[in-house]
Ligand binder design. Structure first.
Ligand SMILES: Cc1ncc(COP(=O)(O)OP(=O)(O)O)c(N)n1
Ligand SMILES: Cc1ncsc1CCOP(=O)(O)O
Ligand SMILES: [Mg+2]
Length: 198
């Protein structure tokens, strides 16, 4: 079963701070670092997550994930173009895929992913996106179309929004900004875990 709370962090230091709060599924989403620094952080995150029994997901860098024996990657539409899916499958690396419209969803499902993500459900501050907020009706539609493939909702999520997103059909809720910008990110992480457990 898919873990309901899906934390996304931009640096391994953040992962080491927040995973011990009880996080079971965490994505390392590194941007703009050179290969040496990237791999240094991935190795640290891999070993830390192994000790804390959290599932680590590597964003974008599927080749580094393969080389460093990480078991799970997240790939967006652009990332998918270069990804070697047969190599990932051979190595038993699981993968989740981003989707934003129905063509993307159909293509993603044809690759038999471990989850599909739909975003942005609500407006996001994290990055400029070419899609307007998808809304809860789209979450429900995605759930119907995805069948047995778990659905991750992402974009503008807060703890107040979690119940509605889950009720609409999401199996899992992914968050960056609400925790990244919190005055007390450890307490906010615990609050997310509490809300997701209820
Ligand atoms: C769980 C999850 N969903 C979506 C994304 C976004 O992936 P992508 O579209 O490749 O954008 P970047 O995160 O790489 O900027 C994600 N990372 N995780
Ligand atoms: C990377 C990404 N893809 C879709 S929404 C999003 C931003 C993350 O969501 P937020 O920072 O609003 O929690
Ligand atoms: Mg990406």
């Amino acid at each position: 079963m898919m873990e309901k709370f899906y934390l996304i962090v931009g640096h391994v230091g953040r992962l080491e701070l927040l995973v011990p709060q009880g996080v079971r599924l965490v994505q390392l989403r590194i941007k703009g670092q050179d290969d040496t620094e990237l791999r240094r952080q991935i190795i640290r995150a891999r070993d830390f997550c192994a000790v804390h029994r959290a599932q680590l997901v590597i964003n974008d860098y599927w080749q580094a994930a393969l080389d460093l024996r990480c078991g799970f990657v997240h790939l967006g539409q652009e990332d998918m173009e270069s990804a070697d899916f047969p190599a990932l499958r051979r190595a038993g690396v699981r993968f989740g895929l981003s989707t934003h419209d129905e063509d993307e969803l159909e293509r993603a499902l044809s690759l038999d992913p471990d989850y599909v993500a739909l975003g942005p459900v609500y407006p996001t501050l994290l990055k400029e996106m070419k899609w307007p907020p998808q809304g809860l009706d789209r979450v429900a539609r995605w759930k119907r179309m995805a069948g047995n493939t778990p659905l991750v909702a992402i974009g503008g999520l807060t703890t107040d929004r979690v119940p509605g997103v889950i009720a609409a059909g999401a199996d899992s809720v992914a968050v960056v900004t609400d925790i990244q910008q919190a005055d007390d990110p450890e307490a906010r992480t615990r609050e997310w875990i509490r809300v997701c457990a209820s």
